[in-house]
Design a binder for this molecule. Structure first.
Ligand SMILES: Cc1cc2nc3c(=O)[nH]c(=O)nc-3n(C[C@H](O)[C@H](O)[C@H](O)COP(=O)(O)OP(=O)(O)OC[C@H]3O[C@@H](n4cnc5c(N)ncnc54)[C@H](O)[C@@H]3O)c2cc1C
Ligand code: FES
Length: 281
């Protein structure tokens, strides 16, 4: 049974660059901020226009707190790739956007309580900041009290080039042990973030988010090392609430495979349940 979500016109409180083509926007949306959990997402739509008509999905980066420590806003970190994300860069305090959420299933409890590894590729780091805080028990989300779920949380974060690394200090301040990689060698390990993680000692549970080839490599690595692994998919979505089926994702079933809607059955899936060959363009 999907949990209720809220729709609101949310005032923009801040909107600034974090890295090359990467911004953080803070929205005032207390009801969603109180209810949302790490791994869930919101749909964001520009108001008073039919172009673009559809909203776009964005992961929770973190909730913003008021002076009393109560959730009052949403922080979203976005990479500029197209129409909506370009228009979002022009939003200043005083403007507002339509937002609905929380949507999707969120991250499950980790297996074991010692080492959790978060593997992020590109803009795929965004669902993990709140996740770090939830795992280390420094914040409660969705109305739950803070509770420590992991002894140590390591973030493996890979980018194409150093200028695209966004929010690294946020993760360090939140208590994650941060390992960096870049495709061109300009930051940290020279190579893919999955290869960097493959050189490390075992974790009790792995979570991943990023481009599909990276997630496929991570699923195969986790399978080889018999690590529980959950992946947050960035499947394009039109409605975000289970109506349009634009986010159909093939998953294994007892009889073979079938489609699931990433917006309501995901976006977080057990890596072992995903079917990869049908996912390629
Ligand atoms: C659950 C979920 C959470 C997400 N969280 C974030 C986030 O925190 N930060 C963030 O920057 N992005 C996130 N995304 C991706 C984000 O939704 C897209 O980047 C956004 O919809 C692009 O909108 P646009 O209008 O700027 O681009 P469009 O004009 O719609 O598209 C521009 C180009 O990007 C391609 N494209 C659009 N969406 C995707 C996609 N999801 N995967 C691959 N290619 C795509 C299009 O095919 C096109 O070529 C998330 C996606 C999902 C499903
Ligand atoms: S986005 Fe419409 S059903 Fe998933």
């Amino acid at each position: 049974m999907p949990s209720p979500f809220f729709q609101t016109t949310a005032p923009v409180l801040a909107n600034y660059a974090l890295a090359h083509h990467t911004y953080l926007i803070r929205l005032e949306a207390a009801a969603i901020a109180r209810a949302i959990r790490p791994g869930q997402f919101v749909m964001l739509r520009l108001p008073h226009t039919s172009d673009p008509l559809l909203g776009r999905p964005f992961a929770l980066y973190d909730t913003a707190l008021d002076d009393s420590g109560n959730p009052m806003g949403l922080d979203i970190v976005y990479l500029v790739v197209g129409k909506v994300t370009t228009l979002m860069t022009h939003l200043r305090p005083g403007r507002s956007v339509d937002v609905w959420g929380p949507l999707g299933n969120g991250f499950p409890e980790p297996a074991g309580d010692r080492q959790v590894a978060l593997i992020a590729g590109g803009i795929g780091q965004t669902p993990f900041l709140a996740h770090v805080r939830e795992l280390l028990g420094t914040r409660g989300y969705g109305g739950q009290a803070a509770r420590r779920r992991a002894e140590r949380v390591s973030l493996y974060y890979g980018v194409r080039s150093a200028n695209l690394a966004a929010g690294v200090d946020d993760f360090r301040h939140a208590g994650a042990v941060v390992h960096l990689a870049s495709n061109d060698g300009s930051l940290g390990f020279h190579g893919y973030v999955t290869d960097l993680f493959d050189r490390q000692p075992d974790a009790d549970h792995v979570f991943g988010c990023g481009p599909e080839p990276m997630l496929q490599a991570l699923a195969s690595l986790a399978g080889r090392r018999r690590l529980p692994c959950h992946l947050s998919l960035e499947t394009p979505m039109a409605c975000g609430v289970g109506i349009c089926f634009s986010c159909a994702t093939p998953v294994k079933t007892p009889g073979g495979w079938d489609y699931r809607r990433a917006c309501v059955d995901g976006p977080v899936f057990d890596a072992a349940s995903l079917v990869w060959h049908d996912r390629q363009p």
